[in-house]
Design a binder for this molecule. Sequence first.
Ligand code: CP
Length: 348
Amino acid sequence: MTGIVDAPPAFTPAKSLLKDGDHSPAQVLATLDLADRLKAQRRAGTETPGLMGKNVALVFEKASTRTRSAFEVALRDQGGAGVYFDSTSSHMGSGESVEDTAKVLGRMFDGIAYRGFDQTDVEQLAEFSGIPVWNALTDQWHPTQALADLMTMRESAARGFGDMSVCFIGDSSDNVARSLMVSAASLGVDVRIASPAGYQPDDRTIAMSEEAAKASGGSVTVTADIDTAIDGVDFLYTDVWLSMGEKESLWEERITALRPYRIDESVIDATRNPHVKFMHCLPSFHDRATTIGRAAFEKYGLDGIEVSDHVFRSDHSIVFEQAENRLHTIKALMIESLSPRSVTGSQA
Ligand code: CP
């Protein structure tokens, strides 16, 4: 375990991250290794600024707690600065094209973090800005979440990715599940998906994951059979079934389909792994402390929607480690893109 050194990079450092699979497994491992070191340095108070003088545009067309915080705190920790644009504070999309906005931002900033809807928007920002662009979530992908997930899995398991398994349960057609599938498969993880028909990943994502697993020695299983999928698994992962702003008319259909995939104590027991860990990208509807959580309880009797409050708060849960690791991985990603220094000694 060493600090950051100034020797020439051993491989091409990663720049933009628009979707999972953009970075090679070696680049992902280097980012995770750097994130581990940055986490240790932050805790020891020995962090040195690697983004001095760097300015990053934070263009967020959707709400965020973790991702925005991670980018902003990472920049401050490392001597850089972020300028935050919410959905109403720039002209992009309404009064100015994505292309023109990208060309402007590219002349003033060193990098762009973008959270929005269409994947084509983040791709256009990268194409026309000429600076590194990081996807902070689109409808299709959430690659910075996957980096934190992988960091947390390795930290928790304390062994290589080729010796671990993860099962995503519930609506695996969403961006978090798709990113996890491709990223984990590319590092050799045994990736399992337990979702009902209609809530499974699209064929393209399955093909990408299978191809990545073939190269890494990992595996990918997609099934509706939760009992088979969770048997002996190391990590259980889920995400919300209902999104803020989603039509209530869709709730009944989604809840009916996904209810057998809710993670409660019986699912933990059914893994037959007393050390199984529970993961969630957050936010979560695990109790009645949110508007949606209360509504789901009143209408459907669900006290905790995708996960029970008991599991969420249990010793199995590593959700807040995941949340913290958003900071360290996003910091590592920006340093590698903007101020690349040699990274050696992968733990994979
Ligand atoms: N997991 C995640 O992306 O959280 P935020 O929406 O709070 O950024």
